[in-house]
Design a protein around this ligand. Sequence first.
Ligand SMILES: [Zn+2]
Length: 370
Amino acid sequence: MTKNEKISTSRLGLSAGRVDYVFFGSDIFRGSAYGKGHPLNIARVWPVIDLCRILNWLPDEYYQAVEPASPEQLNLFHDMSYIRALQMAERDQALQDADMQRYRIGLDNNPIFADVYRRPATAAAASLMAADALFESRVKTAFNPSGGTHHGMPDKANGFCFVNDPALAILRLLLKGAQKVAYVDIDAHHPDGVQAHLSGDERVQLWSIHEKNRWPRTGQLGDSGEGFARNFTLERGAGNDELLRCMDQYILPEVARFAPEYIVLQAGCDGLQDDPQSGLVFSNNGYWQAAEKVLGLNKPTLVLGGGGYNPISTARAWAGLWGLISGNDPYQCDLPETASRLLAGLEWSHRWARNKPRRWFERLYDDASS
Ligand SMILES: [Zn+2]
């Protein structure tokens, strides 16, 4: 048993009993980021934690701090040579040219930063730990907003993702003996890494709804991957109605028919109208309703983050998601002044930050009438 496996069984504060929900996080996400000019050079996880604490939605007993996963744990999905390259990049803050080319570390917007191994390895540890907790019935719904890095490949970085934590969580569940795992992805981008490597396993069924013709341009309508993937595409400009219609007409009935033992929900929020990385225009209300429908299937569920490139809308969306998980109502949540100050203090150099609507600081929801 590795050190981290020990942590996963003994240090989870919930091991003695069963709780309905748990939030996985780490102080590592308060530290370094991807570097100047990168879309992910924004605070994404700690503002969610702090916002939930301000709202009294996150008592200590529902929060689980996580340590980075070991290379052996990551090896469940990733090649050991790739993991070693990632560790080397972190140690030296550089990589030899041939390794950069081979592993795409330090290239393609996958920059080498201070904790380029430990940070994604921590997000992965949270998903692995969550998979264990779900399998052992210690928790009903697990939330890991640092996860959802669905583009990662076994042997290379891809689309800002160094480690593929959704794939790791699914593989961990299968390794433990799960026979039916559903993966539902509502991020604006197609989960190419997850589909390429898990859609050929009949124990896993994948559903994704994403923007048509957006990077990585895989996952066209009708693409079933290696057999067990379902892809739905939305036109640029599509909003809540299109998202919820697709959920109601296709995804939910199909997931229900599959009757999974476990669900992994990748809830990237880059399809929000306030997010600059897609042409989709969901509001928080629609995004939460989509997630709520999946949670309503009432299966042990791992809820992950994913894309989210406006620090303010991401914090609001994911705090609200935790609200849904933890039995609090985000649809009517007006923000106290401490929360407004927290959001107003988040740095964002994007041109969209020049005109910040007041609702970003006044409330969690977007649509007042919902
Ligand atoms: Zn995305």
